[in-house]
Design a binder for this molecule. Structure first.
Ligand SMILES: *[C@@H]1O[C@H](CO)[C@@H](O)[C@H](O)[C@H]1NC(C)=O
Ligand SMILES: *[C@@H]1O[C@H](CO)[C@@H](O)[C@H](O)[C@H]1NC(C)=O
Ligand SMILES: *[C@@H]1O[C@H](CO)[C@@H](O)[C@H](O)[C@H]1NC(C)=O
Ligand SMILES: *[C@@H]1O[C@H](CO)[C@@H](O)[C@H](O)[C@H]1NC(C)=O
Ligand SMILES: *[C@@H]1O[C@H](CO)[C@@H](O)[C@H](O)[C@H]1NC(C)=O
Ligand SMILES: *[C@@H]1O[C@H](CO)[C@@H](O)[C@H](O)[C@H]1NC(C)=O
Ligand SMILES: *[C@@H]1O[C@H](CO)[C@@H](O)[C@H](O)[C@H]1NC(C)=O
Length: 299
């Protein structure tokens, strides 16, 4: 009797028992170019017909269709073109309450909010956020001008990193880890795929023995790169020393060549004169001989 009275109430509770959808509360981070699963599970586990399950994945803001499943099949007629051939559900998992979406070859443009809508006997929906990340290349540091540096010169240090997402932060520090905040210009340029090139220029007045470091921080991936330049007194002086050494060596070589040429000329002249003198002496000797030879004839 009691159970008969309770039955309608229990049925009511059963109908009232809403299906619950579970999606990640934190944004899902996916690497650009990789595949990602957007989890969406529901607790409707009782025996049900596949043809009774409908799953709709939509972009939350525009309501554009990302993936649809009903009547026991994927229904992709209305699918937004950007998602063509990149989405799939896990059909064998549906009966276990899993309506998760697999998204392949993630693009920067995929970033945003996605709504998972599931209907079995009851229906429910929930939204999750997808964030895209791409690591930057190791930063490169260049100096302008790059040679003939003297203490007191104003130098522009340029730190550049490519192909990352989202926008990276650049922190300049000196040798003792102090943040350098003056005279920094930052430019961020996106390529066709939406990936950024970050360029930061620090203008400083050179001090001898100073270190300048550039740290690149991707807000989603943490610190990514570090590069530094140490400008020593020697480095600053080096180009000048090299110049003067070169000039000095050149001058020495020239002087040596001239000296050598002079010596050679004198040697040649001397040997010529010697040869002449010898031939003259020989002539004289000959003459003398002829004289001596002649004398007996004379006398
Ligand atoms: C799903 O979970 C919610 C919250 O835990 C619960 O109130 C509801 O009864 C469950 N639904 C089913 C069909 O099990
Ligand atoms: C999604 O579900 C899978 C399997 O249950 C789990 O390994 C993974 O950590 C989940 N991902 C998120 C972002 O919750
Ligand atoms: C599933 O649906 C089909 C067609 O709608 C029906 O013939 C069948 O009885 C259903 N099965 C269950 C378990 O509800
Ligand atoms: C999706 O794949 C089909 C078949 O492989 C192909 O014809 C179609 O061009 C593809 N669509 C896109 C947008 O890549
Ligand atoms: C330098 O700046 C960064 C970001 O602005 C900050 O997180 C860090 O604590 C600063 N470090 C010092 C030593 O000021
Ligand atoms: C910033 O740059 C300007 C001109 O390039 C220069 O006059 C100024 O001294 C610099 N400031 C600092 C703090 O280096
Ligand atoms: C620079 O560093 C070198 C080697 O550490 C040192 O010999 C030199 O005196 C330093 N010069 C200045 C100006 O601090």
């Amino acid at each position: 009797m009691l159970s008969l009275l309770l039955l309608p109430a229990m049925l009511a509770i059963r109908v009232m028992a809403e299906m619950e959808l579970r999606v990640p509360e934190q944004p899902v981070v996916a690497l650009h170019g990789s595949d990602v699963t957007l989890n969406c599970t529901f607790n409707q586990t009782g025996p049900f017909n596949f043809s009774d399950v409908s799953v709709f994945w939509q972009l939350t803001d525009t309501k554009r269709s990302v993936h649809e499943y009903w009547n026991g099949h994927d229904q992709l007629v209305d699918q937004a073109e950007a998602f063509a051939n990149r989405t799939s559900l896990f059909p064998t998992q549906l009966a276990m309450g899993d309506a998760s979406l697999r998204l392949s070859r993630v693009l920067v443009a995929d970033e945003g909010s996605y709504t998972c809508f599931v209907r079995v006997k009851d229906y429910s929906s929930a939204a999750l956020a997808l964030q895209v990340a791409a690591p930057y290349t190791k930063p490169l540091l260049t100096l302008e001008p790059e040679s003939n540096l003297h203490p007191g010169d104003e130098v522009a240090l340029t730190c550049v990193a490519y192909g990352g997402y989202p926008e990276g932060d650049v922190i300049w520090q000196d040798g003792s880890g102090r943040n350098l905040t003056d005279n920094i210009t930052l430019s961020v340029v996106a390529n066709k795929e939406g990936l950024f090139t970050v360029t930061s220029v620090l203008s400083v007045v050179l001090e001898p023995n100073s270190t300048y470091s550039c740290r690149l921080i991707n807000p989603l991936l943490g610190e990514e790169g570090f590069v530094f330049a140490t400008i020593t007194g020697q480095n600053i002086a080096f180009p000048q020393v090299a110049l003067w050494v070169t000039i000095g060596l050149a001058v020495c070589l020239l002087v040596l060549l001239i000296a050598l040429a002079a010596v050679c000329r004198r040697k040649i002249k001397e040997s010529c004169e010697e040869a002449r003198r010898e031939s003259e002496e020989a002539k004289e000797l000959e003459e003398e001989e002829s004289k001596t030879a002649m004398t007996p004839l004379k006398s």
